[in-house]
Structure formats: structure tokens, C-alpha cells
Design a protein around this ligand. Structure first.
Ligand SMILES: Nc1ncnc2c1ncn2[C@@H]1O[C@H](COP(=O)(O)OP(=O)(O)OP(=O)(O)O)[C@@H](O)[C@H]1O
Ligand SMILES: [Mg+2]
Length: 251
């Protein structure tokens, strides 16, 4: 797919109750970019991500993945290309066991049993959840569910990784490990997060959403240096840019 381009053109989304969640969003993400979509609660981040593999249908505007317009016809191909981790892992896990959930995608891809087994083992190992494979997902802790939800996407080996709040609910070790895993993923990755230090560490580009519009789009250091923008969008500098509170030295 030439080559994992993600393009939104004047995307608008209005929920049935009349809430305008996206109000003319336009941007292009090229292959290999690591993009953090940030903004206040309710800014439209999850709604935006849900459009990237067709979980929502645009009210108007277009979504293009690798030059294919997202339509009913292109949806299966686009879902194979774009792996989406939802904000709430309960939306992702629905099978009787962890193994079945992580195997679901590879099974649907028609892989042979031994390849499915290999993919499930590898994906669960990446999130250190191999010991959970026979458990029912509803018996897992919040952070365990999150890790398994991420494994359900990794097992499909997507070309574009889309994650909504991937570190929420993770303990510090699991967070660090996920950051490493995402850093090792060299294709396009797009994620939302309120973990601005992770955004700073992983992203080459930050898109700031506010009230369903792109308020800023640029390099993380520039975005996080703009105090007026941050205040208007209910954001703060990452801790790593706030300097030392004891000696007052700025980083
Ligand atoms: N199913 C829905 N029906 C009606 N309004 C909705 C629905 N889902 C979301 N919204 C509204 O759309 C807007 C954008 O919501 P969205 O979930 O995209 O925000 P967000 O930026 O992901 O916020 P958060 O940081 O809290 O996850 C909000 O005003 C929200 O109340
Ligand atoms: Mg959200």
C-alpha cells in the first residue's frame, strides 16, 4: 500500500444527539511518522481515531489510507492495514479466553493453526501477558486487560498502529515496556495520550485538537513551548520540560 499514508480531508463528525465532535479536520501523515494526537477531554481524539479504520462513518469529508478512500468496499483491506487499540479494553475483548481474543485476528486472516499459535505467543510475550493466556478476559485487572487488548492488535502485525490512550491504567514497568515496544515499531503510529512525557519521547509530530478542530500541528518541542496554546487547550508541558522544582534549573 503506497505507502501507509493517512489522509483526512475536511472530516466532520456529528453524533446522533447533535454533538459536533469533529469540525473539519484535515491532515496528512506519511509513512513512518510517529504522531501524538493530544487535547482536553472531549476534544474529539477518540472520535478521530475511530474514523481511521472505519468504526465511524464521516458526516462529511474523506479518510484515505494509502491513497484508498475509506468506503464499504475498501474497509476489509483498510482494517488489515490499520490496527486499532480502543480507549476501553472492554470494547476489544469479547472471547472466552485471552488466547481466543489474541488469536481472533490471525484466525480471520486465514492463517494456519501453527502460525496462529506463533503469533499469539509472540504478541502476548511482547506485552508480558503469556501467563494470562487461558484466563477469561473479564477476570483480568484493568492494566492486564489493556495489555491483552494491545496484543490482539499486535498479533495481526498491522502496517499502521493506532492506539487510544495506550498507557492509561498501566503500572510504571508496563508503561515503560510499552513505550519501548512502540519505539521499536518503525511503521506509522498514531496515538492519543494524556501522558505527555510519552508523547514527547516517542513522537516526531504532535497534533493538538480543540473542540473538534486542529488547533496546532508541529514538532513536539515547539508545541510544548507555546504556553498560550497549552493554556487555551487545557494542556501542560511534559514533566521532562518543566525543569527541576528544587533547584529551578530548566531542562
Ligand atoms: N456516542 C456519543 N454520542 C454523543 N456524543 C458523543 C459520543 N461519543 C462522544 N461524544 C462527544 O463527542 C465529543 C468528543 O468525544 P471524544 O470521546 O472523541 O473525546 P476525547 O478527546 O477522546 O476525550 P477523552 O480525553 O476524555 O478521551 C465529546 O463532547 C463527547 O461528549
Ligand atoms: Mg478519548
Amino acid at each position: 500500500m503506497s505507502h501507509h499514508l493517512v489522509e483526512l480531508i475536511e472530516l466532520r463528525h456529528t453524533y446522533p444527539d447533535g454533538t459536533v465532535a469533529l469540525d473539519g479536520v484535515t491532515f496528512t501523515i506519511t509513512h513512518g511518522e510517529a504522531v501524538g494526537v493530544i487535547g482536553a477531554n472531549g476534544a474529539g481524539k477518540s472520535t478521530l481515531l475511530l474514523h481511521l479504520n472505519g468504526y465511524l462513518t464521516p458526516g462529511s469529508g474523506e479518510v484515505r489510507i494509502g491513497h484508498s478512500l475509506l468506503t464499504k468496499e475498501t474497509l476489509p483491506e483498510i482494517r488489515r492495514t490499520v490496527g486499532m487499540v480502543f480507549q476501553d479494553p472492554d470494547d476489544q475483548l469479547f472471547m472466552p479466553t485471552v488466547f481466543d481474543d489474541v488469536a481472533f485476528g490471525p484466525c480471520n486472516m486465514g492463517l494456519a493453526l501453527q502460525d496462529i499459535e506463533k503469533r499469539v505467543t509472540a504478541a502476548l510475550d511482547l506485552v508480558e501477558a503469556g501467563h494470562l493466556r487461558d484466563k477469561p478476559p473479564y477476570h483480568l485487572s484493568g492494566g492486564e486487560k489493556k495489555r491483552v487488548a494491545i496484543a490482539t492488535i499486535l498479533s495481526m502485525e498491522p502496517s499502521i498502529l493506532v492506539m487510544d490512550e495506550p498507557t492509561s491504567g498501566l503500572d510504571p514497568h508496563a508503561r515503560r515496556q510499552l513505550i519501548r515496544l512502540m519505539g521499536d515499531f518503525h511503521h506509522t503510529k498514531i496515538f492519543t495520550s494524556h501522558d505527555l512525557d510519552m508523547v514527547m519521547e516517542l513522537c516526531s509530530r504532535v497534533i493538538v485538537l480543540s473542540h473538534g478542530k486542529v488547533r496546532a500541528d508541529g514538532a513536539p518541542r515547539e508545541i510544548f513551548a507555546d504556553e498560550k496554546l497549552l493554556a487555551e487547550c487545557r494542556l501542560e508541558k511534559p514533566l521532562s520540560m518543566q525543569g527541576c522544582p528544587v533547584c529551578g534549573v530548566n531542562s
